[in-house]
Design a binder for this molecule. Structure first.
Ligand code: ADP
Length: 238
């Protein structure tokens, strides 16, 4: 991991909403096979970072490079075709479609050709295989989160951004999905994980970036983060 060159490099990323500077300057990179945690108090800009990287918003400053290409401002569907996708803090499945149909829509969206056997394996991987023909509206909130992750994975991302996956999962689901994210990283995927639950962060991430009011203030493992005076202050002050 340490020697692989970055898949994603974010440099001095900036984003304004009207007069409000949500991101001032954020820089980090993610390598293939690495799980990078993005943590920080509410409002520090974590979701905005993901929204910029996945093309929901356009940056006002700075650069986003993926596989050596500048991708800042490209629309989400183009990024999905290039191998960047994400799951959402609040999943929005097509409720009147089944689990399988939701995944088929995602496969078509991603344009990276998951076949039937791959979809079957994906459903098993996330323990959705017994729910394949259920309507999304019939799923529990935890199952809907798994479906949302499945939809992202169905586009075969090389970079997967995961926004607050832990919230709303029960302890069994948390343990299971933490293992799954580690397996994805072992297979070479790069993961950017926004998460509040520190146990989950501890289990899943290799390294953290800490954000505070739109700036990155720390990069390193959790064991170092908890000893960093500035990080401690940001979290205790939150
Ligand atoms: P985090 O994910 O760390 O909780 P966000 O990235 O969601 O933080 O938000 C960072 C700041 O930007 C917050 O103050 C939030 O209110 C603001 N913000 C985020 N999205 C928008 C938007 N679409 N319009 C206006 N303000 C926004």
């Amino acid at each position: 991991i340490a020697t692989a060159s970055p898949l994603l490099t974010v440099k001095n990323l900036a984003k304004r909403f009207g007069a409000f500077q949500a991101l001032q300057s954020v820089s980090f990179n993610v390598r293939p096979g690495e799980v990078l945690g993005l943590v920080g108090p509410n409002g520090s800009g974590k979701t905005t970072c993901i929204n910029l990287i996945t093309g929901l918003y356009k940056p006002d400053g700075g650069a986003i490079q993926y596989q050596g290409r500048s991708i800042g401002g490209l629309p989400s569907h183009r990024l999905a075709h290039m191998g960047i996708n994400r799951s959402f803090q609040i999943p929005k499945p097509f409720k009147s479609l089944t689990v399988r149909e939701n995944i088929e829509v995602a496969v078509a969206y991603g344009g990276r050709g998951s076949d039937t056997a791959e979809i079957k394996r994906l459903l098993e991987f996330l323990e959705l295989d017994l729910l394949t023909d259920r309507l999304a509206s019939e799923l529990t909130s935890g199952q809907q989160k798994m479906l949302d992750l499945a939809r992202a994975l169905a586009t075969k991302p090389a970079l997967l951004c995961v926004d607050e996956l832990g919230a709303g999962l029960n302890p069994n689901e948390l343990t299971h999905v933490a293992q799954r994210l580690r397996e994805l990283a072992r297979s070479g995927m790069a993961l950017l994980v926004v998460e509040h639950l520190m146990d989950f962060v501890d289990q899943v991430t290799d390294r953290l970036i800490v954000l505070s009011v739109g700036k990155d203030i720390f990069s390193g493992p959790l064991s170092q983060a908890v000893q960093d005076a500035q990080v401690v202050e940001v979290f205790l002050g939150a």
